[in-house]
Design a protein around this ligand. Structure first.
Ligand SMILES: Cc1cc2nc3c(=O)[nH]c(=O)nc-3n(C[C@H](O)[C@H](O)[C@H](O)COP(=O)(O)OP(=O)(O)OC[C@H]3O[C@@H](n4cnc5c(N)ncnc54)[C@H](O)[C@@H]3O)c2cc1C
Length: 544
Protein backbone atom coordinates (compact mmCIF):
# COMPACT_ATOMS: atom_id res chain seq x y z
CA UNK A 1 0.00 0.00 0.00
CA UNK A 2 1.16 3.53 -0.66
CA UNK A 3 2.62 5.29 2.35
CA UNK A 4 0.07 8.04 2.10
CA UNK A 5 0.35 8.99 5.74
CA UNK A 6 4.08 9.47 5.68
CA UNK A 7 4.22 12.88 4.08
CA UNK A 8 6.78 14.90 5.89
CA UNK A 9 6.12 18.62 6.15
CA UNK A 10 8.96 21.08 5.80
CA UNK A 11 10.61 21.81 9.14
CA UNK A 12 8.60 24.26 11.19
CA UNK A 13 5.46 23.87 9.07
CA UNK A 14 2.10 23.28 10.74
CA UNK A 15 0.09 20.73 8.82
CA UNK A 16 -3.58 21.63 8.65
CA UNK A 17 -6.10 19.08 9.96
CA UNK A 18 -8.45 19.99 7.18
CA UNK A 19 -8.14 18.01 3.98
CA UNK A 20 -9.94 19.78 1.15
CA UNK A 21 -11.65 17.49 -1.36
CA UNK A 22 -11.89 17.99 -5.12
CA UNK A 23 -12.55 15.93 -8.19
CA UNK A 24 -9.36 17.19 -9.83
CA UNK A 25 -6.28 18.99 -8.57
CA UNK A 26 -4.13 20.81 -11.11
CA UNK A 27 -0.63 21.93 -10.27
CA UNK A 28 0.26 25.03 -12.30
CA UNK A 29 -1.69 28.09 -13.47
CA UNK A 30 0.09 28.67 -16.77
CA UNK A 31 -1.34 28.37 -20.26
CA UNK A 32 -2.03 24.66 -19.67
CA UNK A 33 -3.47 24.77 -16.17
CA UNK A 34 -5.80 27.67 -16.91
CA UNK A 35 -7.32 25.99 -19.92
CA UNK A 36 -7.55 22.64 -18.14
CA UNK A 37 -9.48 24.28 -15.30
CA UNK A 38 -11.84 25.98 -17.76
CA UNK A 39 -12.57 22.72 -19.60
CA UNK A 40 -13.08 20.51 -16.55
CA UNK A 41 -15.30 23.06 -14.88
CA UNK A 42 -17.39 23.23 -18.04
CA UNK A 43 -18.29 19.55 -17.66
CA UNK A 44 -19.08 19.91 -14.00
CA UNK A 45 -15.99 18.77 -12.10
CA UNK A 46 -14.79 20.48 -8.94
CA UNK A 47 -11.25 21.62 -9.61
CA UNK A 48 -8.54 23.43 -7.68
CA UNK A 49 -5.29 24.82 -9.08
CA UNK A 50 -2.25 25.32 -6.88
CA UNK A 51 0.57 27.48 -8.21
CA UNK A 52 3.64 28.81 -6.47
CA UNK A 53 3.59 32.08 -8.42
CA UNK A 54 2.09 35.29 -7.10
CA UNK A 55 -0.11 35.55 -10.21
CA UNK A 56 -1.42 33.43 -13.04
CA UNK A 57 0.52 32.89 -16.26
CA UNK A 58 3.32 30.45 -15.36
CA UNK A 59 6.14 31.20 -17.82
CA UNK A 60 4.66 34.63 -18.47
CA UNK A 61 4.36 35.43 -14.79
CA UNK A 62 7.91 34.40 -13.90
CA UNK A 63 10.04 35.49 -16.84
CA UNK A 64 10.19 39.25 -16.28
CA UNK A 65 13.71 39.73 -17.56
CA UNK A 66 14.10 42.60 -20.04
CA UNK A 67 13.45 41.38 -23.56
CA UNK A 68 11.35 38.31 -22.62
CA UNK A 69 8.94 37.75 -25.48
CA UNK A 70 7.37 35.27 -27.85
CA UNK A 71 9.20 33.83 -30.77
CA UNK A 72 5.86 32.42 -31.90
CA UNK A 73 3.68 34.90 -33.75
CA UNK A 74 1.47 36.30 -30.97
CA UNK A 75 -1.75 35.52 -32.82
CA UNK A 76 -0.72 31.90 -33.32
CA UNK A 77 0.18 31.44 -29.65
CA UNK A 78 -3.05 32.75 -28.04
CA UNK A 79 -5.86 30.37 -27.12
CA UNK A 80 -8.20 29.37 -29.93
CA UNK A 81 -11.04 27.87 -27.90
CA UNK A 82 -13.12 31.04 -27.68
CA UNK A 83 -14.05 32.99 -30.79
CA UNK A 84 -15.08 35.85 -28.54
CA UNK A 85 -11.62 35.94 -26.96
CA UNK A 86 -9.93 35.82 -30.36
CA UNK A 87 -11.96 38.80 -31.50
CA UNK A 88 -11.71 40.80 -28.28
CA UNK A 89 -7.99 40.61 -27.67
CA UNK A 90 -5.71 42.91 -29.66
CA UNK A 91 -2.14 41.66 -29.82
CA UNK A 92 -0.02 44.80 -30.02
CA UNK A 93 3.14 43.29 -31.50
CA UNK A 94 3.81 40.44 -33.88
CA UNK A 95 6.04 38.88 -31.20
CA UNK A 96 4.56 40.07 -27.99
CA UNK A 97 6.58 40.76 -24.84
CA UNK A 98 6.17 39.34 -21.34
CA UNK A 99 4.14 42.23 -19.86
CA UNK A 100 1.49 41.92 -22.55
CA UNK A 101 1.51 38.12 -22.40
CA UNK A 102 0.98 38.24 -18.66
CA UNK A 103 -1.86 40.76 -19.14
CA UNK A 104 -3.42 38.42 -21.69
CA UNK A 105 -3.43 35.43 -19.35
CA UNK A 106 -4.87 37.59 -16.56
CA UNK A 107 -7.54 38.76 -18.96
CA UNK A 108 -8.37 35.12 -19.73
CA UNK A 109 -8.51 34.27 -16.02
CA UNK A 110 -10.95 37.14 -15.42
CA UNK A 111 -13.04 36.65 -18.53
CA UNK A 112 -13.70 33.00 -17.71
CA UNK A 113 -13.96 33.59 -13.96
CA UNK A 114 -11.12 31.18 -13.24
CA UNK A 115 -9.61 32.83 -10.16
CA UNK A 116 -12.09 31.44 -7.65
CA UNK A 117 -10.55 27.99 -8.16
CA UNK A 118 -6.90 29.05 -8.10
CA UNK A 119 -4.65 29.26 -5.07
CA UNK A 120 -1.51 31.26 -5.66
CA UNK A 121 1.74 31.48 -3.73
CA UNK A 122 1.38 27.83 -2.80
CA UNK A 123 4.00 25.29 -3.66
CA UNK A 124 3.00 21.64 -3.81
CA UNK A 125 5.68 19.70 -1.96
CA UNK A 126 4.33 16.18 -2.33
CA UNK A 127 1.65 14.15 -4.03
CA UNK A 128 0.90 10.64 -2.83
CA UNK A 129 -1.48 8.12 -4.34
CA UNK A 130 -3.65 6.35 -1.80
CA UNK A 131 -4.46 2.94 -3.23
CA UNK A 132 -7.29 2.19 -0.82
CA UNK A 133 -9.18 5.39 -1.50
CA UNK A 134 -7.96 5.63 -5.10
CA UNK A 135 -7.26 9.33 -4.57
CA UNK A 136 -4.25 11.58 -4.70
CA UNK A 137 -3.32 13.61 -1.67
CA UNK A 138 -1.16 16.66 -2.11
CA UNK A 139 0.59 18.57 0.59
CA UNK A 140 1.82 22.10 0.13
CA UNK A 141 4.92 23.65 1.60
CA UNK A 142 2.75 25.78 3.87
CA UNK A 143 1.06 22.72 5.34
CA UNK A 144 -2.22 22.54 3.42
CA UNK A 145 -3.57 19.18 2.37
CA UNK A 146 -6.04 18.37 -0.37
CA UNK A 147 -7.32 15.22 -2.05
CA UNK A 148 -8.69 14.51 -5.48
CA UNK A 149 -9.43 11.54 -7.68
CA UNK A 150 -7.36 13.00 -10.50
CA UNK A 151 -4.11 14.91 -10.39
CA UNK A 152 -2.93 16.93 -13.38
CA UNK A 153 0.64 18.13 -13.29
CA UNK A 154 0.61 21.20 -15.53
CA UNK A 155 3.91 22.19 -14.00
CA UNK A 156 5.59 23.47 -17.17
CA UNK A 157 8.25 22.14 -19.48
CA UNK A 158 10.53 25.12 -18.91
CA UNK A 159 9.72 26.11 -15.38
CA UNK A 160 12.33 24.43 -13.19
CA UNK A 161 15.15 26.97 -13.39
CA UNK A 162 18.66 25.57 -13.30
CA UNK A 163 21.82 27.15 -11.94
CA UNK A 164 25.02 25.10 -12.22
CA UNK A 165 26.43 24.08 -8.89
CA UNK A 166 29.13 26.78 -8.84
CA UNK A 167 31.18 26.93 -5.71
CA UNK A 168 30.92 30.21 -3.81
CA UNK A 169 27.60 31.65 -5.08
CA UNK A 170 26.63 32.60 -1.55
CA UNK A 171 29.89 34.45 -1.05
CA UNK A 172 29.15 36.89 -3.88
CA UNK A 173 28.83 40.42 -2.47
CA UNK A 174 26.72 41.82 -5.29
CA UNK A 175 23.20 40.98 -6.49
CA UNK A 176 22.41 37.93 -8.55
CA UNK A 177 19.38 36.19 -9.99
CA UNK A 178 18.27 33.53 -12.42
CA UNK A 179 16.39 35.04 -15.36
CA UNK A 180 13.22 33.10 -14.54
CA UNK A 181 13.12 34.68 -11.09
CA UNK A 182 13.72 38.26 -12.23
CA UNK A 183 12.32 40.40 -9.42
CA UNK A 184 9.06 42.24 -10.04
CA UNK A 185 10.66 45.49 -8.96
CA UNK A 186 13.48 44.89 -11.48
CA UNK A 187 17.26 44.64 -11.04
CA UNK A 188 19.24 47.82 -10.77
CA UNK A 189 21.82 47.51 -13.54
CA UNK A 190 22.46 51.16 -14.29
CA UNK A 191 26.19 51.90 -14.35
CA UNK A 192 26.93 48.46 -12.89
CA UNK A 193 29.45 45.85 -13.95
CA UNK A 194 27.17 43.03 -15.00
CA UNK A 195 27.97 39.43 -15.90
CA UNK A 196 25.58 37.22 -17.87
CA UNK A 197 26.29 33.50 -17.68
CA UNK A 198 24.81 31.61 -20.63
CA UNK A 199 24.01 32.49 -24.24
CA UNK A 200 20.84 30.53 -24.96
CA UNK A 201 17.51 31.95 -26.15
CA UNK A 202 16.95 33.88 -22.91
CA UNK A 203 20.36 35.57 -22.89
CA UNK A 204 19.96 36.43 -26.56
CA UNK A 205 16.76 38.32 -25.69
CA UNK A 206 18.17 39.90 -22.54
CA UNK A 207 21.66 41.05 -23.53
CA UNK A 208 20.74 43.71 -26.14
CA UNK A 209 18.19 45.17 -23.72
CA UNK A 210 20.71 45.84 -20.97
CA UNK A 211 23.96 46.54 -22.84
CA UNK A 212 23.16 50.23 -23.05
CA UNK A 213 22.46 50.91 -19.41
CA UNK A 214 25.23 48.92 -17.74
CA UNK A 215 28.71 50.28 -17.17
CA UNK A 216 30.22 47.06 -18.45
CA UNK A 217 28.85 43.72 -19.58
CA UNK A 218 30.75 40.43 -19.49
CA UNK A 219 29.08 37.57 -21.34
CA UNK A 220 30.22 34.08 -20.39
CA UNK A 221 29.59 31.78 -23.35
CA UNK A 222 29.93 28.00 -23.38
CA UNK A 223 28.16 27.30 -26.68
CA UNK A 224 27.72 29.70 -29.57
CA UNK A 225 24.20 29.57 -30.99
CA UNK A 226 22.70 30.15 -34.40
CA UNK A 227 20.50 33.20 -33.80
CA UNK A 228 18.24 34.61 -36.48
CA UNK A 229 16.71 38.10 -36.71
CA UNK A 230 13.26 38.35 -35.13
CA UNK A 231 12.17 41.48 -37.03
CA UNK A 232 9.40 42.26 -34.57
CA UNK A 233 7.06 45.19 -35.09
CA UNK A 234 3.79 46.68 -33.93
CA UNK A 235 0.51 45.41 -35.34
CA UNK A 236 -1.23 48.35 -36.99
CA UNK A 237 -5.05 48.59 -37.18
CA UNK A 238 -5.15 47.24 -40.71
CA UNK A 239 -3.07 44.19 -39.76
CA UNK A 240 -5.23 43.74 -36.69
CA UNK A 241 -8.36 43.58 -38.85
CA UNK A 242 -6.72 41.14 -41.22
CA UNK A 243 -5.57 38.87 -38.39
CA UNK A 244 -9.03 38.78 -36.84
CA UNK A 245 -10.66 38.04 -40.17
CA UNK A 246 -8.18 35.24 -40.93
CA UNK A 247 -8.16 33.35 -37.64
CA UNK A 248 -9.83 30.27 -39.14
CA UNK A 249 -7.17 30.15 -41.83
CA UNK A 250 -4.26 30.88 -39.45
CA UNK A 251 -5.37 28.23 -36.98
CA UNK A 252 -6.02 25.69 -39.71
CA UNK A 253 -2.49 26.18 -41.01
CA UNK A 254 -1.15 25.66 -37.49
CA UNK A 255 -2.98 22.34 -37.15
CA UNK A 256 -1.43 21.10 -40.39
CA UNK A 257 2.24 21.80 -39.68
CA UNK A 258 4.58 19.54 -37.72
CA UNK A 259 5.20 21.99 -34.87
CA UNK A 260 1.92 23.92 -34.80
CA UNK A 261 3.38 27.04 -36.40
CA UNK A 262 1.81 28.75 -39.38
CA UNK A 263 4.87 28.12 -41.56
CA UNK A 264 4.89 25.26 -44.00
CA UNK A 265 8.19 23.71 -45.16
CA UNK A 266 9.14 24.08 -48.80
CA UNK A 267 8.78 20.44 -49.96
CA UNK A 268 11.81 20.79 -52.27
CA UNK A 269 15.31 19.77 -51.31
CA UNK A 270 17.84 22.58 -50.93
CA UNK A 271 20.16 20.44 -53.02
CA UNK A 272 17.86 19.93 -56.00
CA UNK A 273 17.62 23.63 -56.93
CA UNK A 274 20.36 25.76 -58.47
CA UNK A 275 22.76 27.61 -56.19
CA UNK A 276 21.23 30.88 -57.34
CA UNK A 277 17.70 29.76 -56.48
CA UNK A 278 18.85 28.36 -53.16
CA UNK A 279 20.53 31.59 -52.15
CA UNK A 280 17.60 33.66 -53.33
CA UNK A 281 15.33 31.70 -50.99
CA UNK A 282 17.78 31.90 -48.09
CA UNK A 283 18.01 35.69 -48.47
CA UNK A 284 14.28 36.20 -49.01
CA UNK A 285 13.39 34.25 -45.87
CA UNK A 286 16.19 35.94 -43.92
CA UNK A 287 14.46 39.25 -44.53
CA UNK A 288 11.18 37.90 -43.14
CA UNK A 289 10.22 37.92 -39.46
CA UNK A 290 10.40 35.06 -36.96
CA UNK A 291 10.83 31.35 -37.61
CA UNK A 292 10.12 31.49 -41.33
CA UNK A 293 13.78 31.09 -42.21
CA UNK A 294 13.72 27.88 -40.20
CA UNK A 295 10.26 26.43 -40.76
CA UNK A 296 9.36 27.67 -44.24
CA UNK A 297 12.70 26.73 -45.74
CA UNK A 298 13.69 23.71 -47.84
CA UNK A 299 12.48 20.66 -45.91
CA UNK A 300 15.83 18.89 -45.80
CA UNK A 301 17.43 21.71 -43.84
CA UNK A 302 15.57 20.17 -40.91
CA UNK A 303 17.33 16.84 -41.20
CA UNK A 304 20.98 16.22 -40.42
CA UNK A 305 23.12 16.26 -43.57
CA UNK A 306 24.40 18.30 -46.49
CA UNK A 307 21.43 20.68 -46.88
CA UNK A 308 21.49 21.48 -43.20
CA UNK A 309 25.21 22.21 -43.32
CA UNK A 310 24.77 24.42 -46.38
CA UNK A 311 22.24 26.57 -44.54
CA UNK A 312 24.32 26.52 -41.35
CA UNK A 313 27.19 28.06 -43.31
CA UNK A 314 24.85 30.74 -44.67
CA UNK A 315 23.86 31.67 -41.10
CA UNK A 316 27.48 31.59 -39.93
CA UNK A 317 28.36 34.10 -42.63
CA UNK A 318 25.48 36.33 -41.53
CA UNK A 319 26.98 36.36 -38.03
CA UNK A 320 30.44 37.16 -39.42
CA UNK A 321 28.95 40.12 -41.34
CA UNK A 322 27.46 41.60 -38.18
CA UNK A 323 30.44 41.46 -35.81
CA UNK A 324 33.33 43.78 -36.59
CA UNK A 325 36.13 42.09 -34.65
CA UNK A 326 36.87 38.86 -36.58
CA UNK A 327 38.16 37.10 -33.46
CA UNK A 328 34.95 37.85 -31.54
CA UNK A 329 32.89 36.94 -34.62
CA UNK A 330 34.51 33.49 -34.78
CA UNK A 331 33.76 32.99 -31.08
CA UNK A 332 30.09 33.66 -31.86
CA UNK A 333 29.95 31.35 -34.86
CA UNK A 334 28.59 27.90 -33.92
CA UNK A 335 30.60 24.99 -35.22
CA UNK A 336 29.78 22.13 -32.89
CA UNK A 337 26.13 21.40 -33.69
CA UNK A 338 23.83 21.50 -36.72
CA UNK A 339 21.56 24.46 -37.45
CA UNK A 340 18.11 23.99 -35.89
CA UNK A 341 19.15 21.24 -33.50
CA UNK A 342 18.45 23.57 -30.57
CA UNK A 343 15.43 25.80 -30.09
CA UNK A 344 16.38 28.63 -32.41
CA UNK A 345 16.94 31.93 -30.59
CA UNK A 346 15.47 34.94 -32.38
CA UNK A 347 17.42 38.13 -31.85
CA UNK A 348 17.01 41.87 -32.02
CA UNK A 349 20.38 43.58 -31.95
CA UNK A 350 22.17 40.68 -30.28
CA UNK A 351 25.24 40.48 -32.49
CA UNK A 352 25.62 44.27 -32.64
CA UNK A 353 26.16 44.30 -28.89
CA UNK A 354 29.56 42.73 -29.44
CA UNK A 355 30.65 45.81 -31.41
CA UNK A 356 30.31 47.93 -28.28
CA UNK A 357 33.30 48.97 -26.18
CA UNK A 358 31.61 48.06 -22.90
CA UNK A 359 30.96 44.41 -23.81
CA UNK A 360 33.35 41.51 -23.40
CA UNK A 361 32.74 37.94 -24.57
CA UNK A 362 34.47 35.22 -22.56
CA UNK A 363 34.76 31.66 -23.83
CA UNK A 364 34.10 29.43 -20.84
CA UNK A 365 34.44 26.24 -22.79
CA UNK A 366 38.15 27.00 -23.12
CA UNK A 367 38.58 28.57 -19.69
CA UNK A 368 35.88 27.09 -17.46
CA UNK A 369 34.18 28.91 -14.63
CA UNK A 370 35.86 27.58 -11.50
CA UNK A 371 33.95 29.48 -8.85
CA UNK A 372 31.95 32.53 -7.94
CA UNK A 373 34.05 34.75 -5.69
CA UNK A 374 32.93 37.59 -3.39
CA UNK A 375 33.89 39.96 -6.23
CA UNK A 376 32.70 38.18 -9.34
CA UNK A 377 33.40 35.16 -11.53
CA UNK A 378 36.67 33.27 -11.64
CA UNK A 379 37.56 31.16 -14.64
CA UNK A 380 40.64 29.01 -15.03
CA UNK A 381 42.29 32.04 -16.66
CA UNK A 382 41.09 35.17 -14.88
CA UNK A 383 38.80 36.76 -12.33
CA UNK A 384 36.10 39.12 -13.67
CA UNK A 385 34.96 41.72 -11.16
CA UNK A 386 31.21 42.23 -11.18
CA UNK A 387 28.46 44.02 -9.26
CA UNK A 388 25.65 41.84 -10.61
CA UNK A 389 25.55 38.27 -11.94
CA UNK A 390 22.64 37.10 -14.09
CA UNK A 391 22.31 33.37 -14.53
CA UNK A 392 20.75 32.77 -17.94
CA UNK A 393 21.50 29.10 -17.44
CA UNK A 394 18.19 27.65 -18.50
CA UNK A 395 15.99 24.91 -17.15
CA UNK A 396 15.87 21.33 -16.05
CA UNK A 397 13.45 20.89 -18.94
CA UNK A 398 10.54 18.51 -19.28
CA UNK A 399 10.94 16.42 -16.17
CA UNK A 400 12.57 18.87 -13.73
CA UNK A 401 9.37 20.47 -12.49
CA UNK A 402 7.85 17.02 -11.88
CA UNK A 403 10.79 15.41 -10.16
CA UNK A 404 11.14 18.39 -7.82
CA UNK A 405 7.82 17.32 -6.30
CA UNK A 406 7.84 14.23 -4.08
CA UNK A 407 5.40 12.24 -6.21
CA UNK A 408 4.68 8.70 -5.08
CA UNK A 409 2.47 6.24 -6.91
CA UNK A 410 1.53 2.63 -6.23
CA UNK A 411 3.68 0.88 -3.62
CA UNK A 412 5.25 4.22 -2.75
CA UNK A 413 7.16 4.28 -6.03
CA UNK A 414 8.76 7.71 -6.53
CA UNK A 415 8.53 9.40 -9.89
CA UNK A 416 12.04 10.76 -9.44
CA UNK A 417 13.39 7.23 -9.20
CA UNK A 418 11.22 6.00 -12.04
CA UNK A 419 12.64 8.73 -14.31
CA UNK A 420 16.25 8.28 -13.24
CA UNK A 421 17.11 6.78 -16.64
CA UNK A 422 14.90 9.26 -18.50
CA UNK A 423 11.12 9.72 -18.54
CA UNK A 424 9.09 6.53 -18.85
CA UNK A 425 5.62 7.32 -20.07
CA UNK A 426 2.92 6.18 -22.43
CA UNK A 427 2.56 8.95 -25.04
CA UNK A 428 3.85 11.50 -22.53
CA UNK A 429 0.48 11.27 -20.80
CA UNK A 430 0.96 8.91 -17.91
CA UNK A 431 3.46 6.61 -16.28
CA UNK A 432 2.58 3.07 -15.26
CA UNK A 433 2.10 2.79 -11.51
CA UNK A 434 0.79 6.36 -11.20
CA UNK A 435 -2.94 5.94 -11.83
CA UNK A 436 -5.09 9.01 -12.47
CA UNK A 437 -2.02 11.23 -12.70
CA UNK A 438 -1.77 13.05 -16.00
CA UNK A 439 1.59 14.62 -16.68
CA UNK A 440 1.51 17.29 -19.29
CA UNK A 441 3.01 18.14 -21.43
CA UNK A 442 6.52 16.66 -21.80
CA UNK A 443 9.05 19.09 -23.23
CA UNK A 444 7.64 20.21 -26.54
CA UNK A 445 9.45 21.68 -29.48
CA UNK A 446 6.46 23.29 -31.13
CA UNK A 447 4.16 26.26 -30.82
CA UNK A 448 3.05 25.65 -27.29
CA UNK A 449 -0.63 26.56 -27.10
CA UNK A 450 -1.42 24.83 -30.38
CA UNK A 451 -0.06 21.61 -28.85
CA UNK A 452 -1.52 22.10 -25.40
CA UNK A 453 -5.13 22.85 -26.31
CA UNK A 454 -5.85 19.49 -27.98
CA UNK A 455 -4.03 17.70 -25.18
CA UNK A 456 -6.17 19.41 -22.54
CA UNK A 457 -9.26 18.51 -24.55
CA UNK A 458 -8.15 14.87 -24.78
CA UNK A 459 -7.67 14.64 -21.01
CA UNK A 460 -11.01 16.34 -20.39
CA UNK A 461 -12.74 13.87 -22.72
CA UNK A 462 -10.96 10.98 -21.02
CA UNK A 463 -12.03 12.00 -17.53
CA UNK A 464 -15.57 12.70 -18.82
CA UNK A 465 -15.67 9.26 -20.47
CA UNK A 466 -14.63 7.63 -17.21
CA UNK A 467 -17.45 9.33 -15.33
CA UNK A 468 -20.00 8.35 -17.96
CA UNK A 469 -18.85 4.74 -17.93
CA UNK A 470 -18.38 4.55 -14.18
CA UNK A 471 -14.66 4.00 -14.24
CA UNK A 472 -12.68 5.54 -11.39
CA UNK A 473 -9.13 4.54 -12.24
CA UNK A 474 -7.03 4.88 -15.36
CA UNK A 475 -3.48 3.67 -15.53
CA UNK A 476 -1.03 3.31 -18.39
CA UNK A 477 -0.10 -0.35 -18.76
CA UNK A 478 3.55 -1.30 -18.23
CA UNK A 479 3.56 -2.80 -21.76
CA UNK A 480 2.31 0.39 -23.41
CA UNK A 481 4.81 2.44 -21.45
CA UNK A 482 7.67 0.12 -22.40
CA UNK A 483 6.71 0.19 -26.07
CA UNK A 484 6.43 4.00 -26.17
CA UNK A 485 9.68 4.55 -24.27
CA UNK A 486 11.51 2.27 -26.70
CA UNK A 487 9.86 4.00 -29.65
CA UNK A 488 10.97 7.43 -28.40
CA UNK A 489 14.56 6.31 -28.04
CA UNK A 490 14.66 4.62 -31.47
CA UNK A 491 12.67 7.17 -33.49
CA UNK A 492 14.60 10.09 -32.07
CA UNK A 493 17.99 8.75 -33.15
CA UNK A 494 17.95 10.52 -36.50
CA UNK A 495 16.11 13.64 -35.42
CA UNK A 496 17.92 16.95 -35.71
CA UNK A 497 16.74 17.75 -32.17
CA UNK A 498 18.95 15.01 -30.74
CA UNK A 499 22.11 16.20 -32.49
CA UNK A 500 23.08 18.94 -30.04
CA UNK A 501 23.80 18.88 -26.34
CA UNK A 502 20.67 20.81 -25.50
CA UNK A 503 17.74 20.70 -23.08
CA UNK A 504 15.77 18.82 -25.75
CA UNK A 505 17.75 15.77 -24.62
CA UNK A 506 18.50 16.82 -21.05
CA UNK A 507 22.16 17.38 -21.91
CA UNK A 508 22.35 20.72 -20.07
CA UNK A 509 21.92 19.04 -16.71
CA UNK A 510 24.89 17.08 -15.34
CA UNK A 511 23.97 13.45 -14.69
CA UNK A 512 20.60 13.64 -16.45
CA UNK A 513 19.91 10.73 -18.80
CA UNK A 514 20.37 11.77 -22.43
CA UNK A 515 16.94 11.00 -23.84
CA UNK A 516 14.64 13.00 -26.09
CA UNK A 517 12.22 14.83 -23.79
CA UNK A 518 8.92 14.88 -25.59
CA UNK A 519 7.76 13.09 -28.65
CA UNK A 520 9.63 12.31 -31.85
CA UNK A 521 6.31 12.55 -33.72
CA UNK A 522 4.88 15.69 -35.28
CA UNK A 523 1.88 17.40 -33.70
CA UNK A 524 -0.63 16.05 -36.27
CA UNK A 525 0.64 12.50 -35.77
CA UNK A 526 0.43 12.78 -31.98
CA UNK A 527 -3.13 14.07 -32.22
CA UNK A 528 -4.08 11.21 -34.55
CA UNK A 529 -2.49 8.64 -32.25
CA UNK A 530 -4.30 10.02 -29.23
CA UNK A 531 -7.63 10.02 -31.11
CA UNK A 532 -7.12 6.41 -32.06
CA UNK A 533 -6.32 5.45 -28.47
CA UNK A 534 -9.54 7.10 -27.27
CA UNK A 535 -11.59 5.59 -30.11
CA UNK A 536 -10.33 2.15 -29.09
CA UNK A 537 -11.55 2.53 -25.53
CA UNK A 538 -8.29 4.03 -24.25
CA UNK A 539 -6.07 1.32 -25.58
CA UNK A 540 -2.78 1.14 -23.69
CA UNK A 541 -4.50 2.12 -20.46
CA UNK A 542 -6.16 -0.08 -17.88
CA UNK A 543 -9.59 1.29 -16.97
CA UNK A 544 -11.25 0.08 -13.77
C1 LIG B 1 11.18 32.74 -21.69
C2 LIG B 1 10.33 31.76 -22.41
C3 LIG B 1 9.81 32.06 -23.65
C4 LIG B 1 9.00 31.16 -24.31
N1 LIG B 1 8.50 31.48 -25.53
C5 LIG B 1 7.72 30.61 -26.18
C6 LIG B 1 7.18 30.94 -27.46
O1 LIG B 1 7.38 32.01 -28.01
N2 LIG B 1 6.43 30.01 -28.07
C7 LIG B 1 6.15 28.79 -27.51
O2 LIG B 1 5.45 28.01 -28.13
N3 LIG B 1 6.65 28.46 -26.29
C8 LIG B 1 7.42 29.33 -25.62
N4 LIG B 1 7.93 29.00 -24.39
C9 LIG B 1 7.59 27.71 -23.78
C10 LIG B 1 6.60 27.92 -22.59
O3 LIG B 1 7.07 27.19 -21.53
C11 LIG B 1 5.23 27.56 -22.94
O4 LIG B 1 4.89 28.38 -23.99
C12 LIG B 1 4.13 27.72 -21.88
O5 LIG B 1 4.14 28.98 -21.26
C13 LIG B 1 4.12 26.61 -20.86
O6 LIG B 1 2.88 26.67 -20.19
P1 LIG B 1 2.51 25.66 -19.03
O7 LIG B 1 1.22 26.14 -18.45
O8 LIG B 1 2.54 24.27 -19.49
O9 LIG B 1 3.69 25.79 -17.99
P2 LIG B 1 4.22 27.07 -17.21
O10 LIG B 1 3.84 28.30 -17.91
O11 LIG B 1 5.64 26.81 -16.93
O12 LIG B 1 3.40 27.02 -15.85
C14 LIG B 1 3.63 26.05 -14.86
C15 LIG B 1 3.36 26.67 -13.51
O13 LIG B 1 3.40 25.64 -12.52
C16 LIG B 1 4.10 26.13 -11.39
N5 LIG B 1 4.62 25.00 -10.61
C17 LIG B 1 5.56 24.09 -10.96
N6 LIG B 1 5.77 23.24 -9.93
C18 LIG B 1 4.94 23.61 -8.94
C19 LIG B 1 4.69 23.11 -7.63
N7 LIG B 1 5.36 22.07 -7.14
N8 LIG B 1 3.76 23.73 -6.86
C20 LIG B 1 3.07 24.81 -7.34
N9 LIG B 1 3.27 25.32 -8.57
C21 LIG B 1 4.19 24.72 -9.36
C22 LIG B 1 5.21 26.95 -12.02
O14 LIG B 1 5.85 27.81 -11.10
C23 LIG B 1 4.42 27.69 -13.09
O15 LIG B 1 3.84 28.85 -12.56
C24 LIG B 1 8.74 29.90 -23.71
C25 LIG B 1 9.31 29.57 -22.48
C26 LIG B 1 10.08 30.49 -21.83
C27 LIG B 1 10.65 30.11 -20.49
Amino acid sequence: MADSVQQIPAAGTDVSDEIKQFDVIIIGAGVTGLYQLYRLRQIGFSVRIFDDGGGVGGTWYWNRYPGARFDSESYTYGYSFSEELLQEWDWKEHYSGQPENERYLNYVADKFDLRRDIELNVRVASAVYDEVENRWQIQTEDGQRAKARFLIAAVGNLSAGYIPDFEGIDSFKGNWCHTSRWPKEGMNLVDKRVGVIGTGATAVQLIPQIADEVAHLTVFQRTANYCVPLRNGPIDPDWQRRIKASYPDILKKCTETPGGFMHQFDPRSALEVSEEERLEQYERLWAEPGFKKWLANFQDIMTPGEANEDYAEFVRNKIRERVKDPVVAEMLVPKDHPFGSKRLPCETGYYDVYNRDNVLLVNVREAQIERITPNGVETSEAEYELDVIIFATGYDAGTGSLTRIDIRGEDGQKIKEKYSGGPRTFMGLQSAGFPNLFIMPGAGAGNFTRGCEPLVEWITDCIGYMRENEFTRISATPEAEEEWTLYVSQASENLLRTKANSWFVGANIPGKARVLLGSPDSAPIMRAKRSEIAANGYQGFLLQ
